[in-house]
Each structure stands twice: as C-alpha cells, then as structure tokens.
Design a protein around this ligand. Structure first.
Ligand code: ACO
Length: 319
C-alpha cells in the first residue's frame, strides 16, 4: 500500500510586510535581513483571520487539484503551532468547514517540522489501512506569537498554509511516499520556544530563540535526516529531482546543499517572499514549484525540516 500524493494547495494572506516596514519598527535594515536570511518580505494574516481560515482555503485548493471531495476524506491532520484556540483542535474546525462528516481530525504540534511529522503520521495510518484518503495541512499565523520588539525573531517569520491530499493505493507503482524519518531531541528545548502556554503561564507567550545555536543544529540535523530518508529508501541523493526544504533561512538552505553536494538549482526556495512560515513552509514551497511547472508528476522530491523541540525530519515522495 502506498500513500500517493494526489494534489497540493496553498494560501497566503493578502497583506505583505516588507523589510523596509520592519526597519521602521525595530533597529534593523533591509540589507541586514537580506544578507543574513535571504528574506525580502512575508505575508501577515489580517485581523480576525485565523489559522483555520488559512488551512481551509489551502485544503479546498488541494482537494480540487487532487480531484477528491469531502466525502472521500477520512483523516485530517493540521500541523500547527498557532491553533485558533487551545481546544478543540483547529482540525475539527477545518473538518466542519469542509463538510467532512467521517473519520478523524486532529492537530499535530512539531513546530517548523510539523508538516513532515504530519505526513509521516498520515502515511502510517494509510499504510495500516486505518484511513483511505488524508488531508495533511501545515497552517500558521505565526505573526501572532512574535515579539515585535525583538529584532532577532520578528524579522524571520510569516503566515500561510499549505495542504496535500494523500490516498492509499495498492497499485501505485513507484509513486507515493517512499520513506519518512522524524526525530525529536527535547534536550534542546530551550534553544527555541514560546514563553507562554495554558499550563505554565496561562498566556499565549512570545517566541524566544538563540538563533545562532539553532542555525548550527539545523545544517547538521537536516543533512542527517535527508541522508537517512534516502538510505531507508535505498535511493542515492543524486537520484532526487527536487529538494523542498523548510524555508527558515537561505543560508541554511545553501549550507545543507553545499554539505550534501546538491546543485542549487534543484533546491526550491521561497524564503525570500514567504519568510519562515513554520509548519506551512514545506507545502507552500511544494505548491509554488508544482504550480510553476518545475516539479512534474513522476519526479522524486525530498522534503525536510527542523524546528523547536528540537524536532527534525525528512520525507521522500515520488509525485
Ligand atoms: N537586524 C540587525 N541586527 C540584528 C538583527 C536584525 N534583525 N537580529 C540580530 N541582530 C544582531 C544581534 O543583536 C547581534 O548583534 P551583536 O553582535 O551586537 O550582539 C548580531 O546581529 C549577530 O547576531 P547573531 O544571532 O549571531 O546573527 P546570525 O548571523 O546568527 O543571524 C539569525 C541571526 C538570522 C537569526 C540566524 O542565526 C538564523 O537564521 N538562525 C536560525 C534560526 C531560525 O531560522 N529559526 C527559525 C526556527 S528553526 C528553523 O526554522 C530552522
């Protein structure tokens, strides 16, 4: 049984926040942000626009691209760090809005690695025959968690959502999710966290990060995860057609590509225009490259991410 990726969709809020605008709020500059991160702009959700709203729009597009309807979906996983409410799950609201009346819907929290974790989770449900068709969504309104006075974090993140439809097929040939690898090391909890939460502070909190320490961990663990996903599939990294990384920082993307000898023109980069959208960044980048015709059916795609936890992972998929 293979989990075949039938369709991709994404959504970005209308409002674009440029580096120049940020430089009016905090002591930074367009030049510093571009040089250190590659980010030129990011999208910010409108007042009242919720994570579920972004997720619903992306899901509708993914369903349309997949040629599937609400009645086909029996599993919805929303990877998010910014749920609408502490409970119920944002996935429950997405399920209701899409008129899906069967199966399970739940949220998954692995911060920036959330989409890879959700994809691995859905793939396991499908492989075990516990669901037939899954919507896997990464959706964030990460701007709500930012300390707009902390120049070390507020320049990095943006909002958005991406979704894919996965379907269990027995006769998929070599298409579908081929291998996944996910990993958490809670000892690095304090490198990147939010200083609030229902149990500890009864507040939502703001993002705190030791950026240069996260940077060092990122290149090492992302490269390791990519090699592990390839090893599990017995596929050489040279055989991969496209790399769709988590879009944290152009320097991380370049560092990983250099370390693994990957040509830069095989790496999909949207960080310049999206910023870091946490769990949404991988499906957003995937959709961008599918929409513009770079990624074609039948090609081998390696996705990866690292985020708070620390968490990291990779997924190898033939489209
Ligand atoms: N504008 C101007 N100066 C800044 C800014 C800013 N926006 N932010 C930090 N600085 C200053 C610092 O205050 C520091 O000044 P000092 O030397 O006077 O103390 C100086 O720049 C250097 O700071 P560093 O943190 O060492 O800068 P670095 O080159 O590491 O870049 C950055 C910082 C961009 C955050 C980088 O470390 C990074 O991208 N790390 C990865 C973190 C990340 O992407 N996290 C997201 C979640 S995890 C993930 O998605 C992989």
């Amino acid at each position: 049984m293979r989990s075949v990726m039938l369709g991709v969709g994404s959504y970005l809020p209308t409002r674009v926040l440029t580096n120049a605008e940020l430089a009016k709020r905090v002591d930074t500059s367009d030049e510093w942000i571009r040089e250190r991160t590659g980010i030129r702009q990011r999208h910010i959700a409108a007042e009242g626009e919720r994570t579920s709203d972004l997720a619903i729009d992306a899901s509708r597009k993914a369903l349309e691209a997949a040629g599937r309807e609400a009645k086909d979906i029996d599993l919805i996983i929303v990877a998010t760090t910014t749920p609408d409410l502490t409970f119920p799950a944002t996935a429950a609201r997405v399920q209701a809005a899409l008129d899906v009346h069967q199966g399970a819907a739940f949220d998954l929290q692995a911060v920036c690695s959330g989409f890879i974790f959700a994809l691995a989770t859905a793939d396991n449900f499908l492989a075990r025959g516990q669901a037939k068709t899954a919507l896997v969504i990464g959706a964030e309104t990460f701007s709500r968690l930012l300390d707009w006075e902390d120049r070390g974090t507020c320049v990095l993140f943006g909002d958005g959502a991406g979704a894919v439809v996965l379907e269990a097929q027995a006769d998929a040939g070599d298409r579908g999710v081929i291998s996944t690898f996910i990993r958490t090391d809670g000892r690095m909890h304090d490198l990147l966290y939010v200083d609030g939460g229902p149990s500890q502070t009864q507040t939502t909190g703001k993002v705190r990060m030791i950026g240069n320490a996260v940077f060092r961990q990122a290149v090492e663990h992302i490269s390791g995860a990519m090699l592990e996903a390839c090893a599990r599939a017995q596929v050489s990294i040279d055989a991969v057609d496209w790399f769709v990384p988590h879009q944290a920082n152009q320097r991380i993307l370049d560092g990983v590509a250099r370390k693994l000898g990957i040509p830069v023109d095989k790496v999909v980069s949207t960080v310049g225009v999206h910023g870091n959208t946490s769990a949404a960044s991988v499906p957003l980048a995937l959709d961008a490259a599918v929409q513009d015709g770079r990624i074609k059916p039948g090609q081998l795609v390696l996705m990866e991410a690292l985020g708070g936890g620390l968490t990291w992972g990779a997924a190898l998929v033939r489209l």
